[in-house]
Design a protein around this ligand. Sequence first.
Ligand SMILES: Cc1cc2nc3c(=O)[nH]c(=O)nc-3n(C[C@H](O)[C@H](O)[C@H](O)COP(=O)(O)OP(=O)(O)OC[C@H]3O[C@@H](n4cnc5c(N)ncnc54)[C@H](O)[C@@H]3O)c2cc1C
Length: 478
Amino acid sequence: MKTRLGVIGAGAGGLAAALLAQSHQVDVTLFESHSQPGGCAGWFDRGPFNFDVGATTLSGIGEGRPFSEFQKLTGAPLQVKVVDPGIVFHLPHTKMRRYQDNLKWLAELERVFPGMSHQKFWNEIEDLSGRAWGFLPHVSGFPPAKWSDLKHLPSWLKGIALVPSLLTSLETFEKKYQTKNDLYKRWINALCMISAQNHIHQIPALIGSLALTYPAETFAPVGGMKGLYSSWLSHFESIGGQWRPRERVESLKFQNKNWNLKTVKSENEFEKVVANVTSWSLDKMIQESKIESPTEAWGAFTVYAAVKWENLQNETYHLVLPDESEGVDDYFVSFSLPNDTERAPIGCQTVTISQHTNEADWLVSKEIYLERKNQRMEKIWQHFFKTFGKPSEVKFLSAGTPHTFERYTLRPKGRVGGMPHRWSYPIWRWPSWDRGNNLAMIGDTAFPGQGMVAVVNCALNWWRASASHFDFQRNRRS
Ligand SMILES: Cc1cc2nc3c(=O)[nH]c(=O)nc-3n(C[C@H](O)[C@H](O)[C@H](O)COP(=O)(O)OP(=O)(O)OC[C@H]3O[C@@H](n4cnc5c(N)ncnc54)[C@H](O)[C@@H]3O)c2cc1C
């Protein structure tokens, strides 16, 4: 008899876990409350356009990296395009491009921020991130949740030398080499915010090194997130996985050595469950909270547009830092790949713009909410024209707030991107992915945290730890 695994949620983490298990002869049923997969990295269609709702960039692809390890284990398709420069930074009065080539990147830094020790700083950061990548995708059962996890000790030893860089902030590194330049500090903080959700004095150096180097290895999925998830879902179904969209899980109870999983439509029994939901949601679902999860987290404000241009934007990802006098917060812009007709007809592109926002700003009356939403969208949109030029036609324009994310992904208060990394709140204090009795939590509120690459890594970590259980092994042999 095959092991029966129920997966709650088809975000990047849930779908990755479902594919890993189904590819190794586990009988997987994947429940999703929405009609389609993706969650915070999902998409929506409007006429001939498709828009990425949140995540737009991919990283962690290449020998030994999480997406490639995942692909090797599952055979799931991964059709991506290398994006170089990975990000174009729009600083007040100048642009700076993050090229893949290290020498070109250092020359660009020297042009915009002359007279600093760029080479020494970036060499050290590259070295640290290289060592982190040598460890993270290959570790299992980490951080440990119970004594029996000690069996995974050999896989942790590779990372032992990295521990001090989890307990020092990225700023300690940065201070060694850089002079006091306010714009440089603002830029490096903005870059850390988009991937680790915090500023350099708070981020552990290890996580910071990954945050700073990821734009050197940026990929765009062909067909956008819709292209990626549609191909993963088809693969999952083609190998026998059961896909249950529009089926929100309402409760999860452990009884008679099995999990009773109740959805809006059915009641089911599973030996093992993967919950691809936030720690806040899971605590509520199982009606227990062993660990106090910190509730500090960001919300997102997003703008979605479909535009027609004389000249299509050839550079895909942009981080815009407006002049402080303009009163617009930093924002991240992603264009669909030129001539990707899966996403927009010829001559047109779709645009996703995102900004950090506080959940409290949106807990207001409906009237104030709508006014705030429109004003913020209008402000960003006017600044977008200034930065990229006016399109010949705007075919669609809409905005999203934490309420929108809460509605479509069921994340409490629309908190996205997981918990911000803080060196003073080390990774081993995060809610554990292992909730006992064969219940695992996979997603951006578990180690190693935010972003698609991190949640795929979390699924790999779970899979490696579970695959050493007897019944998973038995299935692999049969
Ligand atoms: C604006 C924005 C921009 C971002 N940009 C990037 C980027 O460029 N690159 C990057 O790597 N990351 C980016 N991120 C972060 C990234 O999107 C997330 O960290 C990642 O997608 C989280 O995946 P997840 O699997 O943990 O959870 P989620 O994406 O939240 O998926 C959880 C899924 O579970 C479903 N679900 C929840 N509760 C239930 C239930 N009770 N029953 C059934 N189904 C349920 C939800 O509908 C959802 O589909 C961005 C995030 C945002 C918000």
